[in-house]
Ligand binder design. Structure first.
Ligand SMILES: *Cc1c(COP(=O)(O)O)cnc(C)c1O
Length: 427
C-alpha cells in the first residue's frame, strides 16, 4: 500500500498502526489464493463471452417491451445465454423475481404437488425458506405445507459432511420424496459452502438410489466461484438472485432459474400463471443491465471473493475464529466471523457501513426484517438496495454472534471497508 493511501486512510477513518501491521501480514499470506481465483475468473469470462457470441447477442436484444411482452427477444435470448452458461436445456431469467427467495419459492412451488415430499440433505435451509416450506412459527401464509407438500430434513454430520446413510435410508423408505434440496452456500450457519465436487457426490449418490428425484440446488452466492456450476454435475434445477454474483452489480433486481426444460417450465407457470409461463412479462428497459451485469459477473464475483479471503485472514490474525479460513477452497463469496460478542458484531457492521459509498453517514441497527425469525443487522451502503454482491455485512442477532461479510464490487473497496470495521472493534 502506498504511504499516500495509508495516510489518507488514517486521516479519514483513524485506522491504527496495529491494523496496518495486520494488513501487511495479510497481503503477504493471501497472494497465492488470489492467483488461483484469477484463473477461475479468466476461464469464466471466456465461458460468458462464448455464450453471448453463440446466441449472437446484438444491440437489438436491449429491448424495452411493454404490456404482455410477447416476443421480447432480449428476454428470450437472455434465457438462452443463461442456459448455455449453466449447461442446461432451459433457463428463466426475470426482473419479475423480487429476490432470490422468490426464485427459489417459484422453483419449489412449480415442481411440488400435494403429498410430495421435499427433503433437505444439508440441514435447515436458509432462513427465508422456512416460511415457504412451512417450518416457521408463522401460519396460514400459503406455505408448501399448507398445500399438502411434506418436508423432511437430514442434518449434516458434525464435520459438516453429508450423512449418506441417513439420506439413503430416508429415500428408500419414503416413496413420496420427490425433490432433494441442496444449499451450496452457508447461509446464516457455521459451515463451509459445498464445493462442486461435493455437490456432484451427493447428486450421484441420490440418483443411484432413485434417478427420478429432482436434485435442486440453491445456488445463491455460488455463481462463477468455480469453473463449473451444479448443473454441470447433475443438478436438475438451480435458482439464485441477480443482486448477488450473477447480476455483476449491474442488474437492478431479479432472479433466475435454470435446469431441465420440464422443471423450468413448471416453475414458469408458477411465476406467471399456468399456460402463460415465460412467454409473457415485459421487461421495462432493464435487459441491457441484465446482459451487462452477466458479462461483468465473472470478474465482480472474484473481486468479492478476494474481499472475503482478505477478511478471513486479517480477522484470524486479529484473533477471531473465521470460516472458511483464508486458504480453504471456496464455493461462495461469504465470510463468516465469530465474534462471541454482540457489541463487536454490531460495531463491525457499523464499520462496513461507514466505509460505503452510499449512506456512509447512516448508523445501521438490528431490526425485524421480513422473512427472518431473529432480528437482523445489515450494513449495506449499496447502489442497489440490499445488493449483497456489493460490500455488505449482516447477521441475525443471536449467539454466538456470527457476522457474515460478502461482496465488494472492487477488492480495493472491500479492503477499505474491512480495515475500518476491524479498526472499529479493536478500539
Ligand atoms: C441470499 C440467499 C437466498 C435468497 O435471499 P434473498 O435475499 O431473497 O435474495 C437464499 N438462499 C441463500 C443460501 C442465500 O444466500
Amino acid at each position: 500500500m502506498f504511504n499516500l493511501e495509508k495516510q489518507k486512510l488514517k486521516d479519514m477513518y483513524h485506522i491504527s498502526d496495529k491494523v496496518f501491521e495486520l494488513y501487511d501480514m495479510t497481503m503477504r499470506d493471501i497472494d497465492d489464493q488470489f492467483s488461483i481465483y484469477d484463473d477461475i475468473k479468466s476461464y469464466n469470462q471466456l465461458k460468458v463471452l462464448d455464450a453471448f457470441q453463440s446466441e449472437r447477442i446484438s444491440e437489438s436484444h436491449f429491448t424495452n417491451s411493454s404490456g404482455y411482452g410477447y416476443g421480447d427477444i432480449g428476454r428470450d435470448s437472455l434465457d438462452k445465454v443463461y442456459a448455455k452458461i449453466f449447461n442446461t436445456e432451459s433457463a428463466l431469467v426475470r426482473p419479475h423475481f423480487v429476490n432470490g427467495t422468490h426464485a427459489l419459492a417459484t422453483a419449489l412451488f412449480g415442481n411440488l404437488r400435494p403429498n410430495d415430499t421435499m427433503m433437505s440433505v444439508c440441514g435447515t435451509p436458509y432462513d427465508t425458506l422456512h416460511n415457504i416450506i412451512g417450518i416457521s412459527d408463522k401460519k396460514n401464509m400459503g406455505s408448501l405445507k399448507d398445500y399438502g407438500v411434506k418436508y423432511e430434513q437430514v442434518d449434516l454430520m458434525p464435520d459438516g459432511k453429508f450423512d449418506f446413510d441417513k439420506i439413503k435410508h430416508k429415500i428408500e423408505n419414503d416413496r413420496s420424496i420427490k425433490l432433494i434440496h441442496i444449499q451450496r452456500s452457508t447461509g446464516y450457519g457455521w459451515r463451509r459452502s459445498f464445493l462442486i465436487s461435493e455437490i456432484k457426490k451427493i447428486i450421484d449418490f441420490v440418483k443411484k438410489i432413485n434417478p427420478e428425484l429432482i436434485c435442486f440446488v440453491d445456488n445463491c452466492y455460488g455463481e462463477f466461484i468455480d469453473t463449473v456450476e451444479p448443473t454441470d454435475v447433475g443438478a436438475d434445477l438451480v435458482a439464485g438472485s441477480l443482486i448477488k454474483n450473477i447480476g455483476g452489480g449491474i442488474a437492478p433486481t431479479g432472479g433466475y432459474i435454470a435446469g431441465k426444460e420440464e422443471y423450468v417450465t413448471q416453475a414458469s407457470y408458477r411465476l406467471t400463471a399456468p399456460g402463460i409461463g415465460g412467454e409473457c412479462g415485459s421487461t421495462f428497459g432493464v435487459m441491457r443491465s441484465l446482459y451487462e451485469g452477466l458479462f461483468l459477473a465473472p470478474h465482480i464475483s472474484i473481486e468479492a471473493l478476494k474481499g472475503a479471503v482478505f477478511c478471513s485472514r486479517i480477522m484470524e490474525l486479529a484473533g477471531f475464529e473465521v470460516l472458511p479460513k483464508y486458504a480453504d477452497r471456496r464455493s461462495d463469496i461469504i465470510q463468516a466471523i465469530k465474534f462471541n460478542d454482540k457489541e463487536k458484531l454490531i460495531n463491525f457492521c457499523k464499520g462496513i457501513q461507514s466505509g460505503s459509498p452510499i449512506d456512509s453517514f447512516v448508523q445501521c441497527e438490528p431490526w425485524d426484517m421480513p422473512g427472518y425469525d431473529d432480528q437482523v443487522i445489515m450494513a449495506a451502503g449499496s447502489f442497489i438496495q440490499g445488493s449483497s454482491i456489493e460490500l455488505s455485512a449482516d447477521a441475525p442477532i443471536r449467539e454466538p454472534y456470527i457476522g457474515y461479510l460478502q461482496g465488494g464490487l472492487t477488492f480495493e473497496h472491500a479492503k477499505i471497508g474491512i480495515l475500518i470495521a476491524l479498526s472499529n472493534i479493536l478500539k
